[in-house]
Design a protein around this ligand. Structure first.
Ligand code: ZN
Ligand code: ZN
Length: 417
């Protein structure tokens, strides 16, 4: 295999591994071959290697690797960020020397913008506080969202942080802290994606998707112009009918070999681009649905429990007083139903003292269940991008309080209104 073949295999390998690693864990693809491949690569293969090591060296090799593996898997380290930035920078250094002199001024300007944006959003996503729950931030975070009494119930305390868990938060075992409106821990930014940096993460995905498509299309057009110059009958989009596919591909690969740097970076960009677009569109779909990645995992478990008859629901009274539930939140939607699961598929017992009134019913499907965190696509998008849009300013007066004042004024200032 020549250097060209090796480059192709390497590019294909990187694209394929990125695809499986990114998409294999998504709940939407849980029952597909992609999830199977993910388990094969990241779960079964390490297990087989571990068993071989047990036989051959009585586990000495894996023990010495364990602390390193533990560090790699469960500690924050910038390895993947460095890998990501290096890949990006090396691809750009391979691309630009050949491409720059051939680019027109508008292409140069837009190209520079496309190159700079991913670095800026990567920095912002890495540097921003994702929304760590601390004693100082807790009172504010408790007012942002209501407990939905399905995925998030009041009164729960994180045993590691020793702090109450605000609605939509999750403890991250890598960051070792609870994160507000936690989406997931992302190794590409070496941080959690949460309330404070979800918008930067989406912009990082979008700008990287645009950069890779731009690079792919621009590189292809420069390469095809180069091949066309030497072989006027060769065309990229409308292959000449008299030219066989083998000859078409042969001429194209000669063109790539003559500009190996440009060719390799173009092919990498073209192959990676659909993956990043896919990830961006999936992340955008989650925003549309009003769920975080963490919540989408929980909802997929709820779906199974509902189907199997382990889920029970009943109405919540509006005048309830439940320990740990804030008296008001800045969110426009409030829960009306509590939903719980039981181990024996029997309704919860009265001694469990679950909130709610009336008989427990089995919801037939999750379509009957309302997600209070979904306030429509634009509302959800504003919630992600304009951090604090629904939440009011930190020092400002909460909307619900203001409403209370209005009511009080309307009935002559008596309390309660
Ligand atoms: Zn915690
Ligand atoms: Zn984390």
């Amino acid at each position: 295999m020549g250097p060209f073949g090796r480059v192709l295999v390497l590019i294909f390998g990187i694209s394929f591994m990125t695809f499986v690693t990114f998409f294999g864990r998504l709940p939407a693809l849980r029952h597909t071959p992609i999830a199977g491949l993910y388990r094969l690569i990241w779960v079964h293969t390490p297990n087989v290697l571990l068993k071989i090591d047990q036989r051959v060296t009585a586990g000495r090799l894996s023990t010495s690797c364990a602390s390193f593996g533990n560090y790699m898997m469960y500690d924050r380290h910038p390895t993947v960020v460095i890998f990501f930035v290096t890949t990006l920078a090396v691809a750009e250094m391979m691309f630009l020397p050949t491409a720059w002199p051939l680019m027109s001024l508008p292409v140069k300007i837009t190209g520079c913008l496309a190159i700079v944006c991913p670095y800026v959003f990567l920095y912002l996503a890495c540097a921003a506080d994702p929304g760590y729950v601390t004693e100082e931030s807790l009172p504010h975070l408790m007012t942002l969202y209501p407990y939905d009494f399905i995925l998030f119930h009041p009164g729960r305390v994180c045993r590691t942080c020793n702090l109450p868990k605000p609605p939509r938060s999750k403890h991250c075992t890598v960051c070792k802290k609870c994160v507000a409106r936690s989406d997931h821990h992302c190794i590409f930014i070496n941080s959690c994606v949460g309330l404070g940096n979800h918008h930067y993460f989406l912009l990082l995905l979008l700008s990287t998707a645009i950069l890779t498509s731009y690079g792919g299309v621009l590189g292809m057009s420069l390469l095809s112009a180069h091949v066309h110059e030497n072989h006027p009958t060769w065309q990229l989009w409308k292959p000449n009918t008299t030219m066989s596919w083998t000859r078409w591909l042969g001429l194209f690969s000669i063109g790539i070999r003559q500009h190996l740097g440009l060719g390799a970076s173009t092919l990498l960009a073209a192959m990676i681009s659909p993956l990043i677009w896919g990830l961006f569109l999936y992340s955008l779909y989650l925003v549309y649905a009003g769920v975080t990645t963490n919540e989408s995992l929980k909802w997929s478990e709820w779906k199974e429990d509902t189907r199997d008859g382990y889920a029970f629901a009943r109405p919540l009274p509006t005048n309830r007083q439940i320990a740990g539930e804030p008296t008001w939140t800045r969110w426009p939607k409030l829960p009306a139903t509590i939903m719980v699961t039981t181990d024996d598929a029997e309704p919860p017992l009265p001694e469990q003292q679950c909130p709610g009134v009336g008989e427990w019913e089995r919801p037939r499907s999750l379509r009957d269940v309302e997600n209070v965190y979904d306030i429509g696509f634009w509302g959800n998008l504003k919630d992600v991008f304009l951090v604090g849009h629904y939440h009011g300013s930190e020092n400002g007066e909460p909307l619900s309080e203001r409403k209370r004042y209005d009511k009080r004024a309307a009935n002559g200032g008596r309390y309660p209104p």
